[in-house]
Design a protein around this ligand. Structure first.
Ligand SMILES: [Zn+2]
Length: 190
C-alpha cells in the first residue's frame, strides 16, 4: 500500500427520485451537497461528515469535519456551516434556515443549532454513540429549552452510513500498513 496515497471516497451511486415529492427531491439535492462536503473531509483522512445550510432554496453555509487538520474539536461540519451562514445572513439567528447534515449532530453541534434558532434539521445517518437528536440525548427537541428543532431523519442515510463504514475500513487498513512499515524499518536499522 502506498502510504502517501490520498484517501479516496467512492462515488455516489445513482439515486432515483422517481415518484418523490418536490420537497423530497429538494432534500436529496441538498443532502448530496452535504455529502460533497463530507467527501472533502474523507480526502483529508478526517471522519467524513458534511453539512450545508439552506435559506430560501440556496446554500448559504457549508462545512466539513476538520477536527484533526485544524487541531480543534470546534471544527465540526455544522459549526463551520453555522459560522458561514451567519456571515451571509448578517445575524447569529438563522431563522428560516434548514440545516442538512450527513450524521446525527453531537451535543456541541446540537447545542449550536438550538442557540442559532435553526427551525429544521434534515439528517442522514444516526449516531448511536454520540448523537444528540434522540440517540444519546435529544437536545434538538427538548421542551425545557426556549427553541425546539423539527427533525427529519434518514435522507440518504444508507449512502452516508456506507461512506462512514468504508472510511473506517480504509483507515484501519492504512494504520495497519503504517505500523507494519514502521516495524520493518525498525528491523532494518538493527
Ligand atoms: Zn458536532
Amino acid at each position: 500500500m502506498n502510504l502517501n496515497m490520498q484517501m479516496k471516497p467512492k462515488a455516489l451511486g445513482r439515486i432515483s427520485t422517481k415518484g418523490l415529492t418536490q420537497e423530497e427531491i429538494q432534500d436529496i439535492k441538498f443532502m448530496k451537497a452535504a455529502i460533497t462536503q463530507a467527501r472533502k473531509a474523507y480526502v483529508l483522512g478526517e471522519v467524513p461528515i458534511g453539512c450545508v445550510i439552506v435559506y430560501e432554496g440556496k446554500i448559504i453555509g457549508r462545512g466539513y469535519n476538520r477536527r484533526n487538520t485544524d487541531k480543534t474539536t470546534l471544527a465540526h461540519a455544522e459549526i463551520t456551516a453555522i459560522k458561514r451562514a451567519g456571515k451571509v445572513i448578517g445575524d447569529w439567528r438563522l431563522e428560516g434556515c434548514k440545516l442538512y447534515v450527513t450524521l446525527e449532530p453531537c451535543q456541541m453541534c446540537a447545542g449550536a443549532i438550538v442557540q442559532a434558532r435553526i427551525p429544521e434539521v434534515i439528517m442522514a445517518a444516526e449516531n448511536p454513540k454520540a448523537g444528540c437528536a434522540g440517540s444519546v440525548l435529544d437536545i434538538l427537541n427538548n421542551p425545557g429549552f426556549n427553541h425546539q428543532v423539527q427533525v427529519k431523519r434518514g435522507v440518504l442515510k444508507d449512502e452516508c452510513a456506507k461512506m462512514l463504514k468504508e472510511f473506517f475500513v480504509e483507515l484501519r487498513a492504512r494504520n495497519k500498513a503504517e505500523k507494519e512499515l514502521k516495524s520493518s524499518q525498525g528491523l532494518d536499522e538493527n
